[in-house]
Design a protein around this ligand. Structure first.
Ligand SMILES: [Zn+2]
Ligand SMILES: [Zn+2]
Length: 274
C-alpha cells in the first residue's frame, strides 16, 4: 500500500509567503497490504518547505517525524527545503538518535548549502541525487531520479517504486522537449506534477497548465495529480482544471489540497475500472 499525504499544495512566493496554501511537502508511506508478504513500513518526506514540521505533527492522524526513514529534496529552493534542517532534527530526536537517510542534489549540501553541515552529522547516511541516478534503496522502496529539470538550481524528479507500483513526482521547472518522454519511460501508475502557472507569457522556470496537460497526455499515468499552485492557478479552480484533463484524456485526475491523502491502490484500481 502506498499513501501520499499532502502537507502543502502551494507554490510561488506569494502563495507561500501568505500561506494561502501550505508548503509542507508530501509524506509518502509504503507498507504491505492485507494478505501480502510481510515487510517494513517506510516513510519518506519529500520537499519539506516552510511549516513542514507543524503541518506534519498537527495533521490527523499525525505524521511522526521520529518514524521517518528518509527526507528527500527535489531541489534547494526555499518553498521545498525551508524546513529541511528542522525535519532532520525531528527525525533524529535532536541529533540524539543517528538515523535516517537524506537524499538531495549536490548543491543542497555544498556551496550555498541549505542542509547545514551540523545536521548532516545527525543522519544515518546521505545520498547525492544526480541526473537519472539510482536506484537508491530506502528499505524495500526504490528511488530513481529523472532527467535534470530547467530550474536554475539542480532539480530532479523522483520515481518511487514499491512492490510493482510506481509513483512519480515531477517538481518545478520549465517545459522542454524530452521531459515528458523521460517520465513516460518509467511507466508511472501515478504522476504528481507541479503546475504553478495557468496561462501567462512570463518567462519563468515553471510549467503552465497547457504544458502540464501535454505531459499527462504523453506519460499517461493511471492517476494524475496536480499540486504546487500559484494564485493564478487557484483563481482558475484547480479541481475544475483536473476535471477538464480527466474528460479530455480519460485519466483519473485530482487537484491536491492541503491535508488530502491519496490512497494509491484505491485510486489506481478505480482508474483501471474506468
Ligand atoms: Zn523551485
Ligand atoms: Zn517550487
Amino acid at each position: 500500500m502506498i499513501s501520499v499525504r499532502f502537507l502543502g499544495t502551494g507554490g510561488a512566493r506569494f502563495v507561500v509567503a501568505k500561506q494561502i496554501r501550505a508548503s509542507g511537502g508530501m509524506w509518502f508511506r509504503f507498507s504491505p497490504g492485507p494478505g501480502e508478504p510481510p515487510g517494513p513500513t517506510t516513510q519518506i518526506h519529500v520537499d519539506p518547505g516552510p511549516g513542514a514540521l507543524v503541518r506534519a505533527t498537527s495533521s490527523v492522524p499525525p505524521c511522526d517525524p521520529s518514524e521517518l526513514d528518509a527526507l528527500a529534496l527535489s531541489h534547494k529552493h526555499l518553498d521545498h527545503a525551508g524546513d529541511i534542517n528542522v525535519m532532520i532534527e525531528a527525525m533524529t530526536s535532536g541529533g540524539f538518535r543517528k538515523r535516517g537517510i537524506v537524499l538531495a542534489p549536490r548543491d543542497a549540501f555544498e556551496g550555498e548549502a541549505v542542509i547545514f553541515p551540523y545536521a548532516v552529522k545527525f543522519v544515518g547516511s546521505t545520498q547525492i541525487l544526480a541526473e537519472k541516478s539510482g536506484p537508491f534503496a530506502i528499505n524495500d522502496v526504490e528511488l530513481r531520479t529523472s532527467i535534470r529539470h530547467l530550474h536554475g538550481v539542480e532539480t530532479y524528479g523522483m520515481h518511487f517504486t514499491y512492490r510493482g507500483t510506481t509513483v512519480s513526482y515531477l517538481p518545478c521547472g520549465r517545459y522542454f522537449e524530452g521531459l515528458a518522454e523521460d517520465y513516460a519511460a518509467h511507466h508511472p501508475d501515478v504522476l504528481i506534477l507541479n503546475v504553478l502557472r495557468f496561462r501567462d507569457s512570463m518567462k519563468v522556470d515553471h510549467m503552465n497548465f497547457d504544458e502540464a496537460r501535454s505531459v499527462f497526455a504523453t506519460v499517461r499515468p493511471k492517476v494524475g495529480v496536480m499540486t504546487h499552485f500559484s494564485t493564478k492557478m487557484l483563481e482558475q479552480r484547480p479541481e475544475r482544471l483536473a476535471q477538464e484533463i480527466e474528460d479530455e484524456l480519460g485519466l483519473r485526475m485530482f487537484a491536491a489540497y492541503d491535508g488530502w491523502t491519496l490512497d494509491v491502490a484505491t485510486e489506481v484500481a478505480a482508474a483501471s475500472g474506468v
